[in-house]
Design a protein. Structure first.
Length: 119
């Protein structure tokens, strides 16, 4: 069974930094893109950043220049380095990945990790 497990969330002051991790576990053939989304209370889920297996990246407008996505293919793990955090970045952050478990690529989601930016 394929699972995505996020970690690294928490409480941080405005202007601070956090690093989120998303590790894929289980039995699978390959991972294509990995991405981060977030959802604040009362709002729709929002795209944050994505990275392909080759390392190409794409960012949502609200995080460009502040967040950096990366991945370690050997560890099946994606990271989200978040700098210059603002209160508006407060949300549950979800990891998403396109994973081939042997039956073609399917879309997987993690359980989410809470990020709170507050003084």
């Amino acid at each position: 069974q394929v699972q995505l497990v996020e970690s690294g969330g928490g409480l941080v002051q405005p202007g601070g930094s956090l690093r989120l991790s998303c590790a894929a576990s289980g039995t699978f053939v390959s991972i294509a893109s990995m991405a981060w989304y977030r959802q604040a209370p009362g709002k729709e889920r929002e795209f944050v950043a994505a990275i392909t297996s080759g390392g190409s990246t794409h960012y949502g407008d609200s995080v460009k220049g502040r967040f950096t996505i990366s991945r370690d293919n050997a560890k099946n793990t994606a990271y989200l380095q978040m700098n210059s955090l603002k209160p508006d970045d407060t949300a549950v952050y979800y990891c998403n990945a396109q994973i081939n478990s042997g039956r073609g690529y399917q879309n997987y989601w993690g359980q989410g990790t809470q990020v709170t930016v507050s003084s």
